[in-house]
Write a protein that binds this ligand. Sequence first.
Ligand code: TNX
Length: 505
Amino acid sequence: MLLRLVLAGLVAAGVSTAVVAEPVAATTGTGYADIVPAPVSAHAAAGRFTIGRGTTISAGPSARGVAQYLAGVLRPAAGRPLPIVRPGPGGDTIALVLAGPDTADESYRLDVDGRGVTLTAGRAAGLFAGVQTLRQLLAGRSIPAGHVTDAPRFAYRGAMLDVARHFFTVAQVERYIDQLSLYKINTLHLHLADDQGWRLFINSWPRLATFGGSTAVDGDPGGYYTQAQYRALVAYAADRYVTIIPEIDMPGHVNAALASYAELSCDGVAPPLYTGTEVGFSTLCVNKDITYRFLDDVIGELAALTPGPYLHIGGDEAHSTSPADYVTFMNRVQGIVAAHGKKVQAWHNVVAATPLPTTVAQYWDTTDDNPAVAAAARSGTGVVLSPANLAYLDMKYNPSTPLGQDWAALIEVRDAYGWDPGSYLLGAPPSAIRGVEGPLWTETLRTSADIEYMAFPRLPALAELAWSPPSTHDWSAFRLRLAAQAPLWRALGINFYRSPQIPWK
Ligand code: TNX
């Protein structure tokens, strides 16, 4: 905790810090059969490697960032930061080796014997994924001997956090990013604006944040990120090989913007700030020029803050926008995003307009049978799957779950795990499916403990659907592997739902 505060202070002061992982307490290790998400292959061998007084981490220059992160992971077990040395002969080292083809994904290979550990990957992102596997295997100061070869099934493995309905600080989002990393999630979609709050300072339209960000659901305290804070968050994520996709929802879900600038409403009257939880009542004025000057400014600033290729423009539940206006609007905004050098991600409703060839539709419907989205997928629109009745992390587990909603479904762990993203969407070619994302809407959530209770253990279930080969899919094995994760969650202070479906350790 103290470490966290010190680091937060340094970041706030603009001092760049080494990437330090959340420390893992001793004796939490899982065996090779218990790794989540399940690797392509994992085999235990005889013996173990124990971190001792002479143990080092070896890494070349391109692997140094991951090596520093690993030194942070191992620090509590080792009792000291392991020195990072240049690659060389000899044992008693954890070697991070960048070798082989620079594959586009996070493939890695892990070999552990009595003399040391070798982690090999084509890219640093693969080494980082391998470090997460190593983290799960670590028990006290030792790692059981064995071999893992691994590669992700889908390139897009996402989580969404709604910081608009309730605001979460940079430190809270960073905490969630650390938790996502454990399960090889590589994309964080941040829902930055909605009816109840605008959470990113926009220099050209300052009242969006200072007024539009001043409240939250139930009149709870609002908040927003300064651009410096937001850049630090993006960098924190990037250090963990997590890409942030920022979302400004439009043309609906915009009450906070309309309340801040009257000229954005068709009648020129600013509505009051909104702290309820209804959806679908607000819309930007599709036929005013100022709407598009506003969006050009906002999207321009957002693009400048975003190293990743995608900006998310929402597009869901525009119940106060006519269908014709919706099409006009979504087509025009896709052009603005493209003009700022970015690609569009949007909720799947975008298929009612004309998706650009690079647009990705995020599917949130509650059926596997949506002919319009399937047709778009056949025409080249990429699809990220977040079916609300399977992947929504804000749905209650059962009728008595104290947090969350139930409009889409009650989702127990087995439900969250029990579908195949590759074949889910009827009529969509498998090549259209970019991956899976677990959205967490926060109408009912206020704290990190709340976030964690809804995300754990369903997030690791979704992460496995997104990462692991379909051949590993097996509920009876998964529930045991998930059970074996609990000591790690306890050690990290992660609040989780003790599902009765899981034989917790
Ligand atoms: C629907 S699904 C929404 C959000 C709500 C969520 C609550 C979707 C794209 N929009 O506005 O927060 O339900 O579960």
